[in-house]
Design a protein around this ligand. Structure first.
Ligand code: SF4
Ligand code: SF4
Length: 305
């Protein structure tokens, strides 16, 4: 899976600081496989994107169909129980329907999307796949405000209209996506604002709204939008609380990309996090030396639904 990086549009983002005595985290079981199906290519360029995706970011290229199928074969051998597609924007992949169909033959699948490319035809196909697939299909659509003013300042001009139209099409097709909201404004942490968001999503046609609020990770474009991590925001031996070695998502997941295997979706642009070419090479403990690990530890956030 290794490929030359010479054509990358952006420099690799090795963090300035790595913990010198990081806690070690075993892989308890490989339950979850993430697939970076469209690499760092996205149809938009959100200001809080922790892997700086965009239309011109080729840091990670799209995975080929063969790469995805090979990863799925390895995952089956390892007893993986659930799958996630992410990017970038997964619906940019020209063979996305084949990838979805193949994955659903061996386990439940969740797709993280901004929803913009889900037209009527795709929404109808997803609705019918939702009903007929042997395993469950779930979608997560990201939206960062209840108004164009709030959302578009983060996700780009006119994205509010495009994303909410995609959500409405999914609702009409009988698909009930989780709406993910990154807490880019402090008020989103308050119960009142969250209840208002729930009502807003219900008005889009999702009669049983599901929301997931995400803590921002201070890397990638988010580090430029606000600030990066402080020097002391690193993990050290002894920092993990009892049981945390089972709660952190990287204790039971790995991420495959066009370029090899990483511990989780957050670290695909961090060269020191690369574990090897194949999934088998990723089946070993990791050292939680990276600054995003601090956020996982402090907030308990996970990229899983
Ligand atoms: S946050 Fe999601 S939708 Fe926005 S640029 Fe990154 S991958 Fe694309
Ligand atoms: S960033 Fe979070 S999920 Fe990724 S390796 Fe660190 S603790 Fe694990």
């Amino acid at each position: 899976m290794r490929r030359p990086k010479g054509h990358s549009a952006l420099p690799m983002a090795e963090p300035a600081l790595l913990s010198l005595d990081p806690p070690e985290l075993p892989l308890n079981a490989l339950d979850t496989l993430w697939l970076q199906v469209t690499g760092t290519l996205c149809n938009i360029a959100c200001l809080h994107c922790f892997i700086t995706c965009g239309p011109k970011n080729h840091q990670h290229e799209m995975m080929t169909v063969e790469q995805v199928y090979s990863a799925l074969d390895s995952a089956r051998e390892q007893g993986v129980r659930e799958y996630y597609f992410t990017g970038g924007e997964p619906f940019l992949h020209p063979q996305i329907r084949d990838l979805i169909t193949r994955t659903l033959q061996q386990g439940p699948l969740t797709i993280l999307t901004n929803g913009i490319l889900i037209d009527e035809d795709m929404a109808t196909w997803l609705g019918s796949t939702f009903v007929t697939a042997p395993y469950s299909l779930d979608l997560r659509v990201s939206l960062d405000g209840m108004t164009a003013e709030d959302n578009d300042v983060i996700r780009g001009k006119n994205t509010f209209a495009l994303i909410t139209a995609g959500i409405a099409r999914l609702a009409r097709a009988g698909v009930n996506p989780v709406i993910t909201v990154t807490e880019v404004r402090p008020e989103m942490g308050h119960a009142e604002a969250r209840a208002a968001f729930m009502n807003f999503v219900r008005a889009l046609g999702l009669t049983k709204p599901r929301l997931k609020f995400l803590t921002p990770f201070l890397i990638g474009r988010e580090a430029t939008r606000t600030h990066g991590y402080a020097h002391n925001e690193l993990l050290h031996q002894g920092d993990l609380h009892a049981g945390e070695e089972f709660e952190l998502q990287c204790s039971s997941c790995r991420m495959v990309t066009d370029d090899g295997v990483y511990p989780c979706p957050l670290l695909i642009n961090v060269p020191s996090a690369r574990m090897g070419d194949t999934l088998a090479e990723g089946l070993r403990p990791i050292k939680l030396a990276w600054q995003p690990c601090y956020t996982c530890h402090v907030s308990g956030v996970t990229c899983r639904t």
